[in-house]
Design a protein around this ligand. Structure first.
Ligand code: MN
Length: 435
């Protein structure tokens, strides 16, 4: 049981605020720091009598959401302020008018969007879920930052979902899996997408999640031994050439293993025979291509590559911007190993999305780089000359191309994966029924 201690809590609030500043404020002007401080003070006051389901002070939540927005998505001052204030209008006496007079129009517009989305999720009219879904996408498209802060909010709620009653856990986890994880994917936020999927699975299919996690854990020492042996000569060689590099043992996410087991109808052990490593080199942009191929050349000095598995996404990046060199080589004990070769820049962009781009552009400050990214998303969502409604339909189709729409006896729309069984369906309906 959580035991409130006012002194301890006060220290913890300041602690979390300092953590937020650490990931966000390193590059900020004093005037922005003052604004964030103002938002922090207002949020503390607005939520002062509220607690989370866990018993902890409510303010922990907006503080952590702001930290995710800044640290894991790479957003700037306006978003940090909005993240701190995102539940203020919904949950306290403060109104949008107050927000406007204190923080201006942009912040108000974003908070308004976030509050509306909250209402859509909290009080869905049961007969009009499709309509709600549409409304939500429209609201989100007002300002792309609404989507991104909502994602940060959802990620934190998923990380702290343990404290919720079971029917809420199931509702929130299904929404996350069917809506927010695909959204994160489309926005190029790979790390967040994977975490949302794993957390959803943990609550929706606890047995599956625990079994795969346990097997992952059990096979880890053996895998590590194999990988260490495999990379030993490569490491030595690259170091001898004076290259600045890191080698990562790439562990698949629980969710992606489960997905593969289902789609290919194979057991865990067969998937786990596939090893993958990632080599990340630190080189200036103009040397990237040449140096990545140099690494490729070192690897193939020791291991025989599979010709058909060479992918050059450096010369021709994927449509979503992904850059890397992939090859699959035969190890000494007859197992295939996939090797991904990336530079530090490519790796950060692949994991964090376009938010990482600005760091690598000369003469562009954070906010400008960020604006560029937000514009890109806006373009992607709206398309060149499609009007808002077309975009919604396209988006919905794309988002759920792997899903089917099912109606419940009461006429509610449910969105389920293509290979849904009757049992899944029943489970999904009943998860909505409070116990
Ligand atoms: Mn929230």
């Amino acid at each position: 049981m959580y035991n409130p201690d006012p002194e301890k809590e006060k220290r913890e609030i300041l602690n979390r605020y300092r953590n937020l500043l650490r990931v966000w404020a390193t590059r900020e002007k004093p005037v922005n720091k003052k604004l964030v401080r103002k938002a922090f003070n207002l949020a503390v006051d607005a939520h002062k009598d509220m607690r989370r389901k866990s018993g902890e002070p409510y303010i922990y939540h907006p503080l952590d959401v702001a930290k995710i927005a800044a640290g894991e998505i790479g957003l700037g001052t306006t978003s940090v302020i909005c993240a701190l204030l995102h539940d203020v209008v919904e949950d306290s006496e403060y109104t949008l008018k107050d927000i406007r007079s204190l923080f201006g129009d942009t912040v108000t517009r974003i908070i308004d969007g976030l509050t509306k989305i909250e209402e859509i999720f909290e009080h869905p009219a049961s007969s009009a879920q499709a309509e709600n879904f549409k409304k939500m996408l429209l609201t989100m498209s007002v300002d792309v930052r609404v989507i991104l802060i909502k994602l940060a909010d959802r990620l934190h709620n998923m990380r702290t979902l343990d404290a919720m009653p079971e029917n809420k856990q199931l509702k929130i986890a299904s929404e996350t899996l069917y809506l927010f994880a695909p959204l994160a994917h489309r926005l190029g936020l790979h790390a967040i997408k994977c975490e949302l999927e794993d957390l959803s699975l943990k609550f929706l299919e606890p047995e599956v999640f625990n079994t795969i996690s346990r097997k992952l854990e059990e096979s880890r020492p053996e895998r590590k031994r194999f990988i260490n042996k495999f990379i030993y000569p490569i490491k030595k060689d690259l170091a001898g050439k004076g290259m600045d590099f890191r080698i990562l043992d790439r562990e698949k996410s629980v969710f992606s293993i489960w997905e593969k087991m289902q789609s290919k109808e194979i057991p865990f052990e067969d998937i786990f025979d596939l090893f993958a490593i990632r080599i990340i080199i630190d080189v200036p942009v103009e040397k990237e291509k040449e140096q990545c191929w140099r690494v490729y050349s070192v690897i193939t000095d020791y291991y025989r590559p599979n010709q058909k598995r060479l992918r050059d996404w450096i010369s021709l990046p994927k449509a979503n911007g992904y850059e890397a060199l992939h090859t699959t080589v035969m190890s000494r004990i007859g197992k295939w190993v996939e090797v991904q070769i990336r530079t530090k820049r490519m790796d950060e962009i692949a994991e964090k999305g376009y938010a990482a781009h600005w760091k690598y552009k000369d003469g562009i400050d954070h906010e400008t780089g960020l604006d560029e990214w937000l514009n890109k998303i806006r373009e992607m969502l709206h398309g060149e000359d499609s009007d808002a409604l077309d975009f919604l339909d396209d988006f919905k189709l794309n988002l759920f191309s792997d899903e089917i729409f099912v109606y419940t006896p009461k006429g509610d729309l449910k969105i389920m994966p293509v290979d849904t069984t009757v049992l899944d369906f029943a489970y999904n309906i009943h998860s909505q029924v409070p116990r």
